[in-house]
Design a protein around this ligand. Structure first.
Ligand SMILES: [Zn+2]
Length: 246
């Protein structure tokens, strides 16, 4: 029984000498799926444009032997504008790689899909700070996957206000009295702590509607990335590439 689902293409792999394309898609109904697209690279293929990286499409998926097969792909939005800007396309590819690791598999992924689509929309429009978009995507995908630091207050005395240090391994905060600058104590301004709490709790429609001063955004972004890499215990090529071109 074929499934019709909206999806963002988060990975595209074309094998040399073959007309088929292999994709990873973040789908609304089935989460992250891998699928092959027969004949996608033929010039006359209808499925070709609908299965390109960073395209939002309506896919028709049929279950084949051990894998999904895309039998139809109708593009709804192609984030073409991103391709004109190396740093933006690098960040977009990092979002895709992260979603491929953190978004649900074999189960609905409505929230992850909307997060990615909104982030790509604002990134291509240029109407939101790219670093803030990066922190937002990192922390919401982590949270959806069950990783969220305890942001309630200092783990020793419970103090809630003021600057803090994040301990990425424990996922806890220390106030400036109980923590000190160290490799594993990442400094956060009071504004950065408040922003992180906001990102953890905000309703989806309010998620992208706030701003942060550079004094708070810089330490927040550093701590967010460090926390993510610590939680997942791995690096990301797309992140390394983004950091080298941004
Ligand atoms: Zn304390």
């Amino acid at each position: 029984m074929p499934i019709k689902t909206d999806a963002l293409i988060i990975r595209e792999n074309n094998r040399i000498g073959e007309n088929d394309r292999f994709i990873t898609a973040l789908t609304r109904e089935c989460g992250v799926v891998q699928a092959s697209v027969r004949g996608a690279r033929k010039i006359t293929s209808r499925s070709g444009s609908g299965t390109s990286l960073l395209t939002y499409s309506t896919l028709t998926l049929t279950e084949g032997k051990n894998k999904w097969i895309v039998t139809d792909a109708k593009p709804q939005r192609v984030f073409f504008e991103l391709r004109a800007d190396m740093a933006k396309v690098a960040l977009a590819q990092y979002f895709c790689e992260l979603a491929g690791v953190l978004a649900p598999r074999e189960e609905p992924a409505e929230e992850s899909l909307r997060l990615l689509l909104n982030a790509l929309h604002f990134l291509s429009e240029g109407s939101r700070d790219a670093t803030l978009l990066k922190v937002t995507v990192e922390q919401r995908l982590l949270r959806q996957a069950g990783y969220c630091p305890d942001l309630s207050g200092c783990a020793v005395c419970g103090k809630q206000e003021g600057g803090m240090f994040l301990q990425p391994l424990r996922g806890t905060l220390l106030c400036t009295e109980h923590g000190a600058p160290a490799i594993d104590n990442l400094p956060l301004t009071a504004g950065a702590v408040a922003a992180w709490r906001y990102l953890a709790e905000a309703a989806e429609d309010k998620l992208f509607s706030f701003k942060l001063s550079p004094e708070s955004l810089t330490p927040l972004a550093a701590a967010s990335e460090h926390f993510l890499l610590t939680c997942l215990g791995r690096g990301f090529h797309t992140l390394e590439f983004y950091n080298s071109v941004k």
